[in-house]
Design a protein around this ligand. Structure first.
Ligand code: NAG
Ligand code: NAG
Ligand code: NAG
Ligand code: NAG
Ligand code: NAG
Ligand code: NAG
Ligand code: NAG
Ligand code: NAG
Ligand code: NAG
Ligand code: NAG
Length: 776
C-alpha cells in the first residue's frame, strides 16, 4: 500500500520509482515515512531552459537555428543513444546523425585514462596517479594529449574526468579514476583536465553526478527471493553536498565542461538521473549549466520523470524515450520546450567546441570489435612521449627512505621479487580480466579494471626498465616473480619487492591489504637488509604489517602510472628524477581508523529493498576526520618525501583592500559554475621555500585554512615547484571568496564567515611549520 504521508507524496514528486520497473511491487512496503527522515529530495520544476550565457551565446544561436529545422521525431531521436540501432562503430555511445542538415552525429567514448577499446592509443596515468602529482600544469598537459587522441580517433566526447566518487569509502572500487578525496585538490585538477581536453576541441563529461561513492548496490538488482532491490541511496544534506561533493563539479563547470554525467545510484532516494532538485535546481539553476546532462549507461529509470527532471540524453540506447518521448510530448506530459532545450544543449556543445571542423567522422579510429575491419588511425604518432613519461613519474609517492636506500647508485647486484614486477603474459584490448575483485593481480598494474581501463600499445614493466638500467650500470639482476618466500642472494645490495592492490568498477575492494603480499614482503625482509617495496595501488593500501621492519628501508606508493610505468619508476629509483608526488588521501595505521567509512553501506533491515547510505559525517572525511578524532595516521594526506629537504619561512598574509568582505557575494551574476563573485580573490598568502638539501627537487607547499565553523584545517592552496639545490623561491596562494566560505542552508548562498581564520603552510596536512591568522 502507498503511504499517503506528506513526505511520501514528496517522494513521488521527486521521481522516486515507487513501483519498481519490474518484478517487485512489494518493494514499496519497505518505505515508511520514517525511512526518508534524512534524504528527501524536494521537487524543483520546471527544468530551466538554458539561454547561452557568457561565452556560450554564439553557440546557442547556431544550436537554436539548427533545432528549428528538425522534425519532432528527429529531435526525439537525438536525445537517445543510437549505439546498436543505427551506428555500430565501437564508440561507447552515439548520437545519431541528421545527414540532411550536415550533422554527422557524435561519438562519446570511455574514458579518463585513454581511449578505450581502440588500438594505436596510449594508456595514460590514472586519475588518482594524476592526483598524486599535485601538478596542475602537468595535469593540463596530460589532458591536452589525452584529448588529442580522442579527437584523432573521431570521439566528440571523452567520458571523463571523474570527481565522483571522491573516496568517501576507503575500499571504494573506482577511487583510482578520481583525483583525490579532497574537494579542493580534485577541483583544481579537474579544472586543468577540462580546460586541457576541451582546448583541443573534445568535450568532457564530468562524472558521476553525484554521490556515486560505492560500487556495491550502485544499480538496482534482484535479491535471492527474486525481489527488486533499488540502488543505494546516498543521503546527503544540502550543506555537505555543497561544502564537499559539489565543490569539484563547480570547478569543472567553471572550466566549461560541455557535459555532466548523472550517476547510477539514488541521491536522497531519487535516482540521480531523475532527481529534479539536483539537475533542475542545483546544476541548471544555481550553477547555470549550459551543456547537457547525459545518463550513465542504463542509469535512466523512467521516461517522463527523467525528462522533466532535466536529463538531456539517455545512454546507451533508446532507454525509456524514443517513441514514448514523442508520445509524452504529444500528450503534454513533457513540454515541447523541454525537448527543444535538450536538443539545443546538445548541439550548443558541438558548436561551442567547433566540432564541425575539428572532429573527423565519428568513431573513425575505434574498431567495432577486435576482429572487424576499421580505419587505422594512429594516435601514437602524436608527440606525447615526454608528457606520458612525466605524468607516469609524478604520481609516485615516496613515504619511507632510510639508510640512503634510495636513490640507487650503480649497485653491483639487485634482486627483484613479486608478481607485480612483470607485464601480463598476454596483452590485448580487454584489460578488464577479472570480474570480481581479487586483492591483487599477478602482474604489474598500469591501470585497474572497468570502463576506465586503458588499452596501451605496450607495457614497459618495472623489470624491463630495471634490466635496461642494469645494462647501463653493469649490474647483475636476480629475480623470482613467483615464490612467496624467495631465496635471496646475499650479494644483493638491494631487494626490490613489487606488489599491488587491484580494483575494478562494479565492485568495491575486499580489503586495504592482503596477507599474501604482506608475507612476501616480510619474507624478503627477513633475508635482505635493504628491502625496497613498490606498491601499485588502486587506492588506499595499508602498510603496517611491514612498515616498521628494520630491513624495509624504502616504500613507494606507485599508484597506476600507465604504459611507461617501468621507465618512470627507474628514473626515480636511480635519482634521474626527483619529482615525486604527495599522497592525495590518508594512509591509516589500521582499517578501523576509517570507522564506518571503511566498507560500503549494505542493504539491511527494513531498508533491505531500499539500501540507504547516510552521509552523517558531513565534511569530516579523510584528514578532516583524522584531525577531528585525533587519530594519528601512518602517512597523512599531503605527505611525501624527496631526495632533498625544504625549509619554509616568511609567511605573508595580505587582505585585498578593495574587495568586498560582505558576508554574502555582493551581487548575483550566474555563469556556468555559479555566481561569478565566488571567484574573487580576497586574500593572498605567500611564503619562501628554500631547497636546503644536496640535489634539485620538487616541493609541494600546501596551504590549509582553519575557517570558522568548519573543519580544523582544509586545503585551500598548493603549488608544485622545482627548486635547485641551495636556491630559494617565493610561492603565492590566491584565496577566493569561495575558498573562505561555507554553504549557508538558510540563505542558499556561500557565506563568508566572520572571525579569525587560521593559516597553516607546510609540507603536508600535519607538517605545517608556518602558522598565522587573519580576521574578517
Ligand atoms: C512483502 O514483504 C513483507 C516484508 O518482507 C512481507 O511481510 C509481506 O508478506 C510481503 N507481501 C507480499 C504480498 O509478498
Ligand atoms: C537531500 O536531502 C536533504 C534533507 O532531506 C535536503 O535538505 C536536500 O535539499 C536534498 N538534496 C537534494 C539534492 O535532493
Ligand atoms: C539566462 O539564464 C540565467 C541563469 O538561469 C539567468 O540568470 C538569466 O537571467 C537568463 N538570461 C536571459 C536573457 O534570459
Ligand atoms: C529515428 O530513429 C529510428 C530508430 O533508430 C529510425 O528508425 C528513424 O528512421 C529515425 N527517424 C528519423 C526521422 O530520423
Ligand atoms: C558543417 O559544416 C558544413 C561545411 O561548412 C556545413 O555545410 C554544415 O551545414 C555544417 N553543419 C552544421 C550542422 O552546422
Ligand atoms: C515505452 O514505455 C513502455 C511502457 O512503459 C515500455 O515497455 C517500453 O520499453 C518503452 N519503449 C521505449 C522505446 O522506451
Ligand atoms: C503520455 O505519454 C507518456 C509516454 O507514453 C505516458 O507515460 C503518459 O502516461 C501519457 N500521459 C497521458 C496523460 O496520457
Ligand atoms: C595469483 O597467483 C596466486 C598464486 O599462484 C593464485 O593463488 C591467485 O589466485 C592468483 N590471483 C589471480 C587474481 O589470478
Ligand atoms: C646488509 O647486509 C650486507 C650483506 O648482505 C652487509 O654488507 C651490510 O653491512 C648490511 N648492512 C647493514 C646496515 O646492516
Ligand atoms: C635483516 O636482514 C639480515 C640479512 O641481511 C638478516 O640477517 C636479519 O635477520 C634481518 N632482520 C630481521 C629483523 O629480519
Amino acid at each position: 500500500m502507498w503511504d499517503k504521508s506528506p513526505a511520501f507524496a514528496l517522494l513521488q514528486l521527486a521521481g522516486v520509482a515507487l513501483s519498481a520497473p519490474s518484478g517487485g511491487a512489494n518493494s514499496t512496503s519497505y518505505i515508511t515515512s520514517d525511512t526518508v527522515f534524512y534524504g528527501l529530495s524536494p521537487p524543483v520544476y520546471p527544468s530551466p531552459d538554458a539561454n547561452g550565457t557568457g561565452d556560450w551565446a554564439a553557440s546557442y544561436a547556431k544550436a537554436r537555428a539548427f533545432g528549428a529545422q528538425l522534425s519532432l521525431e528527429e529531435k526525439v531521436n537525438m536525445t537517445s543513444g543510437a549505439s546498436s540501432t543505427l551506428v555500430n562503430n565501437g564508440c561507447s555511445g552515439n548520437i545519431q546523425p541528421i545527414e540532411r542538415l550536415g550533422f554527422p552525429g557524435m561519438c562519446v567514448t570511455d574514458a579518463g585514462q585513454g581511449v578505450r577499446n581502440a588500438d594505436f592509443v596510449n594508456g595514460w596515468s590514472t586519475g588518482l596517479h594524476a592526483g598524486a602529482s599535485w601538478n596542475k600544469e602537468l595535469v593540463r598537459e596530460r589532458a591536452i594529449h589525452l584529448g588529442t587522441e580522442f579527437r584523432v580517433k573521431g570521439a566528440n566526447m571523452m567520458l571523463g574526468p571523474v570527481v565522483g566518487p571522491m573516496g568517501r569509502i576507503a575500499t571504494g572500487g573506482r577511487v583510482w579514476e578520481t583525483f583525490s578525496v579532497d574537494p579542493y585538490l580534485a577541483g583544481k585538477l579537474v579544472y586543468s583536465t577540462v580546460v586541457g581536453v576541451q582546448s583541443v576541441g573534445v568535450a568532457t563529461s564530468t562524472k558521476h553526478f553525484i554521490g556515486n561513492e560505492q560500487e556495491t548496490n550502485r544499480m538496482p538488482s534482484t535479491d535471492d527471493n527474486g525481489l527488486y532491490v533499488q540502488a543505494v541511496s546516498s543521503n546527503i544534506d544540502d550543506k555537505t553536498l555543497h561544502d564537499y561533493y559539489l565543490w569539484p563539479f563547480m570547478d569543472a563547470l567553471v572550466a566549461g565542461t560541455a557535459s555532466v554525467m548523472c550517476s547510477y545510484q539514488r541521491l536522497n532516494n531519487s535516482y540521480s538521473c531523475q532527481n529534479s532538485k539536483l539537475i533542475n535546481g542545483i546544476l541548471k539553476t544555481e550553477l547555470g549549466f549550459q551543456g547537457y546532462v547525459i545518463s550513465d549507461w542504463t542509469a535512466q529509470h523512467a521516461g517522463v520523470a527523467s525528462a522533466n527532471a532535466g536529463l538531456d540524453l539517455a545512454m546507451p540506447d533508446e532507454g525509456f524515450w524514443m517513441a514514448n518521448l514523442t508520445q509524452a510530448v504529444n500528450n503534454g506530459s513533457v513540454a515541447v520546450s523541454r525537448l527543444d532545450d535538450m536538443v539545443t544543449r546538445l548541439m550548443a556543445t558541438w558548436y561551442y567546441l567547433d566540432q564541425n571542423s575539428t572532429v573527423p567522422s565519428p568513431g573513425i579510429g575505434i574498431p567495432t570489435n577486435l576482429q572487424s575491419e576499421h580505419a587505422v588511425v594512429n594516435a601514437l604518432t602524436l608527440k606525447s612521449k615526454d608528457t606520458l613519461l612525466k605524468s607516469a613519474i609524478e604520481g609516485h609517492v615516496l613515504v619511507k627512505n632510510e639508510n640512503n636506500a634510495l636513490p640507487l647508485k650503480k649497485p653491483q647486484m639487485i634482486s627483484v621479487f613479486g608478481y607485480d614486477a612483470v607485464a601480463p603474459t598476454s596483452l590485448d584490448f580487454s584489460s578488464t580480466i577479472y570480474t570480481t575483485t581479487p586483492s591483487y593481480v599477478n602482474y604489474t598494474l598500469w591501470c585497474a579494471g572497468g570502463s576506465g581501463a586503458s588499452n596501451p600499445p605496450y607495457i614497459d614493466a618495472p623489470i624491463d626498465a630495471l634490466k635496461r638500467q642494469a645494462r647501463e650500470d653493469s649490474t647483475q639482476v636476480a629475480w623470482d616473480f613467483e615464490s612467496q618466500d624467495p631465496t635471496v642472494d646475499t650479494s644483493s645490495e638491494a631487494c626490490l619487492v613489487f606488489l599491488n592492490a587491484y580494483a575494478i568498477e562494479g565492485a568495491d575492494r575486499v580489503n586495504l591489504r592482503d596477507s599474501y603480499s604482506d608475507t612476501l614482503v616480510t619474507n624478503v625482509a627477513s633475508k635482505c637488509n635493504n628491502t625496497i617495496v613498490v606498491i601499485h595501488n588502486s587506492g588506499i593500501r595499508l602498510v603496517d604489517t611491514f612498515i616498521e621492519h628494520p630491513n624495509v628501508t624504502a616504500v613507494i606508493f606507485a599508484h597506476m602510472p600507465g604504459q611507461d610505468t617501468g621507465g618512470a619508476l627507474a628514473d626515480l629509483l636511480y635519482g634521474r628524477s626527483n619529482a615525486f608526488g604527495r599522497l592525495p588521501y590518508t594512509v591509516a595505521k589500521d582499517e578501523s581508523d576509517y570507522g564506518a567509512l571503511l566498507f560500503p553501506a549494505e542493504p539491511a533491515g527494513i531498508y533491505k529493498m531500499f539500501p540507504q547510505s547516510n552521509y552523517k559525517e558531513g565534511s569530516y572525511l579523510d584528514y578532516r576526520a583524522f584531525d577531528q578524532k585525533n587519530i594519528t595516521p601512518r602517512y597523512e594526506f599531503g605527505f611525501g618525501l624527496t631526495y632533498t629537504t625544504f625549509e619554509y619561512s616568511g609567511l605573508k598574509i595580505e587582505l585585498k583592500k578593495k574587495a568586498s568582505f560582505a558576508a554574502y557575494p555582493p551581487t548575483k551574476v550566474i555563469r556556468q559554475g555559479g555566481n561569478v563573485n565566488l571567484w574573487t580573490e580576497l586574500v593572498t598568502i605567500s611564503v619562501t621555500l628554500e631547497n636546503t638539501g644536496p640535489v634539485a627537487g620538487d616541493e609541494v607547499p600546501q596551504l590549509y585554512l582553519g575557517i570558522p565553523n568548519a573543519p580544523a584545517r582544509q586545503l585551500r592552496g598548493f603549488e608544485k615547484v622545482t627548486i635547485e639545490a641551495g636556491k630559494k623561491t617565493r610561492v603565492e596562494f590566491s584565496v577566493t571568496r569561495r575558498d573562505m566560505s561555507v554553504w549557508d542552508v538558510v540563505h542558499q548562498e556561500w557565506h563568508l564567515q566572520s572571525g579569525e581564520y587560521r593559516v597553516y603552510v607546510g609540507r603536508s596536512s600535519r607538517d605545517l611549520p608556518l602558522t598565522g591568522s587573519f580576521s574578517v
